[in-house]
Design a protein around this ligand. Sequence first.
Ligand code: KG4
Ligand code: ZN
Length: 354
Amino acid sequence: MTLILGIESSCDETAAAVVRDGRTILSNVVASQIDLHAPYGGVFPEVASRAHVEVIGAVVHQAMDEAGLTYADLDAVAVTRGPGLAGSLLVGVNYAKGLAFASGLPLVGVNHLEGHIYSLWLTEAADKLAFPLVCLIVSGGHTELVLVRDHGRYEHLGGTQDDAAGEAFDKVARLLHLGYPGGPAIQKAAAGGNAKAHPFAKARTDAPYDFSFSGLKTAVLRAATVQPRPGQPRQRGEESEAPLKPDLRVADVAASFQRAVVMALVDKTLQAAREFGATAILLAGGVSANKALREEMGKASPLPVYTPPLHLCTDNAAMIAAAGTQRFLQGQRDGLDMDVQPMWPIISLEAMGG
Ligand code: KG4
Ligand code: ZN
């Protein structure tokens, strides 16, 4: 039996969880900062790291209490080392180092994206998963298409050239005055809308499995807001403060935008699954909570599509503990000099020399 404590603080969730054998969640505590960042319409880095510092101790203690374990029962501490906000990552990594030092437990640094992939191993789908798999990781910070050849063996097929999918949802929600976080707000607004009302064009990308969403955001801005007259500069201030067209059907814009994002994600994921002979498609990350994405992918895919339940789609530490379990079992150990990696790409174990 392997018992791992996972710690996650890469963005705006402070989380700790205990997982048995990389499969069974014994506790999963998440302190969200959504309310703190809502006034800014996005995550404010300094506010995020300060909030992590305030709650991390309590979050870890609660996770241990709920699991009914002491540190002596654990095999290791796994912590998100990157990618993410440097100041936020530092809080979790330093806390984990302190814990490892004080308790003598091994320390295992985990890639946040790998964590999202392993969220699927915490679900009932785990027994059915057979390699190779194609995983689409879509969140506020990421849009990554990853070929999972085996445990700890990845190939990064493509990613976003500009905005992440979740970021696009958040920005468009802001310019439609729908609030933060944008994903759920757009989904709700889109429910009564006509997705064919605005035929937003598909973005062209340099590589077949890359994505681009910033052009789409500009197209929504043009369709939805009052444009300055030719030759007249836009008023000072943010694009998101531009007034909406008076007769605008926000539901139609939201639905059309959502459809454009979903179709781009579905098309490229299916194409990758075909090319690499995947046995199934995995969806992970906050945006995989999107109902239209789940439905479209399910409808269009000849392969099974697996998605974690909502609370495992968004950032959590159970997925970090699950990924950490694999890494721990394959021998990865990190020193107390381990540093955060804000721009860390997802890499295979052998590439780490571990
Ligand atoms: O994975 P996550 O919790 O944090 C990051 O690592 O970024 O993802 C958060 C993102 C936000 O951009 C949020 O707007 C988006 O996931 N999101 C959604 C939905 N629920 C959350 N996007 C589309 N539809 C949703 N239902
Ligand atoms: Zn995430």
